[in-house]
Design a protein around this ligand. Structure first.
Ligand code: SF4
Ligand code: SF4
Ligand code: SF4
Length: 236
């Protein structure tokens, strides 16, 4: 991470420490359970939401080590989760790094240290929110303008630029981005293209871990994640 980004994270952490100090010093205590919700996409290996809120010390270590800059910190607009890490899949999904550096960096086990492979995690499950706008389904080829959001993402290192290189190759071609870019090791177990007589479309499968990469990279925003839920919760 660039020094400037590191300083920003540390400044935020310090600001939150002051905020919470003032809050607790003033005799106000916000029970984590009181505010527990399941609509947050947490980094891989996160405990269930109540336990996560109760144990995460908002240190920002997971944010600092993520090489894809996938993890953000909730600010005051999300008071019940302020200072905790989350992933905004529309901006940047989790690329399921080898050995999960975010998990290794977590000092509290809020990101469970037992997690070592993609099969150990369940961030949520993807679903197709509007097949009628899927480029593959309507037979629309990818145009450069369709990739504007992805191509203008602020990238800082080789891994991030590698995503750009791959995505640019789709200009003028049929869209299979969500399937091709899925980082789950046996990707067809998580997502596959289905070809029927005159239609093609992506289908989410049982091993999807909800990493959000397909959400980030879909040029038509037709994929969403239901955080914490299993394939069976969402699709069966
Ligand atoms: S696994 Fe890698 S990309 Fe995903 S959140 Fe952790 S560090 Fe970031
Ligand atoms: S490293 Fe662990 S304790 Fe620190 S902010 Fe991330 S999840 Fe919370
Ligand atoms: S289909 Fe693949 S890329 Fe999309 S959320 Fe699931 S595991 Fe991640």
């Amino acid at each position: 991470m660039k020094e400037q980004s590191r300083r920003e994270v540390l400044k935020k952490s310090a600001a939150y420490a002051i905020f919470f100090g003032a809050l607790f010093g003033g005799g106000i205590y916000i029970s984590p359970k009181l505010y527990a919700k399941n609509n947050h996409l947490r980094p891989p290996g996160a405990l269930d939401e109540n336990a996560f809120l109760a144990t995460c010390i908002k240190c920002g270590q997971c944010i600092q080590v993520c090489p894809y800059h996938s993890i953000n910190m909730y600010d005051i607009a999300n008071l019940n989760s302020i200072g905790t890490p989350y992933i905004d899949a529309y901006e940047r999904g989790c690329y399921l790094c080898d050995l999960f550096p975010c998990v290794l960096a977590c000092p509290t086990g809020s990101l469970q240290h037992e997690v070592t492979t993609a099969d150990d995690i369940r961030m949520g499950t993807a679903y197709i929110n509007n097949i009628d706008d899927c480029f593959a389904f309507i037979g629309k080829k990818v145009e450069e303008a369709d990739l504007e959001k992805i191509l203008s993402h602020s990238n800082q290192n080789e891994r991030e630029f590698a995503i750009l290189d791959k995505i640019q190759n789709y200009v003028g071609k049929e869209c299979t981005i969500c399937v091709d870019m899925c980082p789950y090791p046996n990707k067809t177990d998580a997502i596959e293209m289905v070809y029927e007589t005159d239609k093609a479309f992506p289908k989410i499968n049982q091993k999807c871990v909800g990493c959000g990469v397909c959400v980030e990279l879909c040029p038509s925003s037709v994929i969403s994640i239901v955080p914490s839920k299993t394939y069976e919760d969402v699709h069966v």
